[in-house]
Design a protein around this ligand. Structure first.
Ligand SMILES: C[S@@+](CC[C@H](N)C(=O)[O-])C[C@H]1O[C@@H](n2cnc3c(N)ncnc32)[C@H](O)[C@@H]1O
Length: 291
């Protein structure tokens, strides 16, 4: 007999074709997007939702359009595939993933291309539209389930997912919100499942993040930060009882994109970013396990 997947939600989810069917099956609860938190964008105060709605049409071009951006994208794909191979393959036939703050679908489409189902949630409808366009272009729209909602109150039942990804998101929130958001991710993941969180690394980018944070604090925004560090990722596991930290690795060495055309050197840079030089990596990736 085939090994069982994380729970009946995943199986029921896979059987339901349309969003309405999935809602009726109780896999997705309601969309929840109240309470708009405001952040300063170019001197204007606007909600994160509004700022990403505005940015959405240009997001992929701005973030992934040039050589460093393409390198970032490709290295992230390699990382996701590796995590799936090491954490999920052999666990069950129908595992189910969640992408919190999915944006334009960098993670969701990578998982969809592996022929696996992923639920992608984001607060900004225009980012979800871009995610839909990207999953259509990749031919995986039936694998990527889009949901409009907030990470703070995820519209899913407890224990529904085998793994939860959240990339380049947590550091956008006020520091005090980190434990609550991770606790909410832990709630929707099954016991033994994983939460993978990627953030900008404090020690990367020279003075850029420091100056950004200094300006923020002068403007009275000292509760926000532009980055996180390894210590903060570790202490999250202490604050959130439901999870333990399995590993923190680095992703992308500074200027590593210059090695893009040389697969062998690229592989060396990848390993270095994960191990010896992880403190200098552009991003940190923490893998938590729900106990
Ligand atoms: C920097 S983008 C990252 C997108 C994607 N994860 C990636 O790595 O490319 C941050 C995303 O977080 C979303 N977001 C911001 N606050 C959110 C919240 N409270 N709940 C859910 N999504 C949120 C934004 O709409 C945006 O799509």
């Amino acid at each position: 007999m085939a090994p069982l997947c994380s729970g009946y939600h995943a199986c029921r989810f896979a059987e339901c074709k349309s969003r309405d069917q999935r809602m009726a099956a109780g896999c997705i609860l309601a969309s929840n997007r109240e309470s708009k938190m405001e952040i300063p964008v170019k001197g204007i105060r606007m909600s994160i939702e509004d700022s990403y709605n505005r940015l959405a049409p240009d997001y992929d071009l701005l973030r992934f359009g040039d050589k460093p951006g393409r390198y970032d994208f490709e290295e992230t794909e390699v990382l996701i595939k590796n995590i799936i191979t090491t954490r999920l393959q052999g666990c069950c036939h129908h595992w189910l993933a969640l992408d919190v703050a999915c944006g334009t679908g960098k993670i969701a489409v990578t998982v969809g291309k592996l022929d696996e189902t992923i639920v992608a949630v984001d607060v900004a409808p225009n980012m979800l539209r871009q995610c839909l366009a990207r999953s259509r272009a990749a031919g995986v729209e039936d694998k990527v389930m889009l949901t409009n909602g907030r990470a703070e109150v995820l519209p899913f039942r407890t224990g529904s997912f085998d793994i939860c990804f959240s990339f380049r998101f947590l550091h956008l929130l006020p520091r005090a919100a980190y434990p609550g958001v991770v606790r909410e991710m832990a709630r929707v993941v099954r016991p033994g499942g994983h939460i993978v969180i990627e953030v900008k690394n404090r020690w990367y980018g020279g003075a850029v993040f420091w100056v950004k944070d200094l300006i923020r604090s002068i403007n009275g925004e000292s509760t926000f930060s532009s980055y996180m560090d390894i210590r903060q990722l570790r202490s999250l596991a202490e604050e959130v009882d439901e999870v333990s930290l399995e590993s923190v690795t680095g992703l992308l060495l500074p200027s590593g994109w210059r090695l893009m055309e040389y697969p062998y050197l690229r592989r060396i840079a990848r390993v270095q970013a994960k191990r010896q030089f992880k403190r200098f990596a552009a991003n940190l990736v923490a893998i938590y396990r729900k106990g």
